[in-house]
Design a protein around this ligand. Structure first.
Ligand SMILES: [Zn+2]
Length: 179
């Protein structure tokens, strides 16, 4: 229950549609995470960090993707990135299929025929997001196709595990399809 709100000094989030849409995603995720696991230690600090990052970051997608990973971790649904989510053998350095149902990436033996493969590069970015900390993540070079791959994995995992769809994510997708 919120009893009081105070504006804290810090960078402002520019009034542009895309950045505001990403801020909405961060806020909606924070709300959903606290709904499913209440009360949650550190959620406020992580949400504030993500919004601060969003205000500083020239590419707003980077900040909200990072927060998607944070939210998954807080919910206990962090995707399996090192071993096959089905047979638990270590994943080879090769493109791999992602299965939200299995909870992570699948090895070549467990992936079904025709499953979409995520690049090794995207897999590496996801690993940095999961365990490398935000400092290391900030240093990664992420072009639009790579960012898109990372977002797809995180969005699929989130939407599989949350019982209701994220409204802000639907809006962001509509924006992307008009871009
Ligand atoms: Zn396997």
């Amino acid at each position: 229950m919120i009893t009081q709100a105070v504006r804290l000094p810090g960078p402002r989030i520019d009034a542009e549609v895309e950045r505001t849409a990403h801020a909405s995603l961060i806020a909606e995720l924070a709300d959903r995470v606290s709904e499913e696991r209440h009360p949650l230690e550190g959620l406020f600090e992580l949400t504030a960090l993500a919004l601060d990052e969003l205000a500083r970051e020239p590419e707003p997608r980077r900040a909200s993707a990072y927060f998607m990973m944070v939210a998954l971790d807080l919910l206990g649904y962090a995707p399996q990135l090192l071993v096959c989510a089905s047979c638990e053998l270590p994943l080879a350095e090769a493109p791999a299929a992602f299965s939200p149902v299995a909870g992570g990436f699948l090895c070549g033996n467990c992936a079904g025929p025709g499953m979409h493969l995520v690049s090794v590069q995207a897999l590496k970015v996801l690993r940095v997001m999961a365990t490398g900390g935000i400092e290391l993540y900030r240093r990664l070079k992420l072009d639009a196709p790579l960012m898109g791959e990372v977002e797809q994995v995180l969005e699929a995992q989130l939407e599989y595990h949350l019982d209701r769809k994220l409204k802000s994510l639907r809006f962001l997708r509509q924006m992307r399809s008009y871009a």
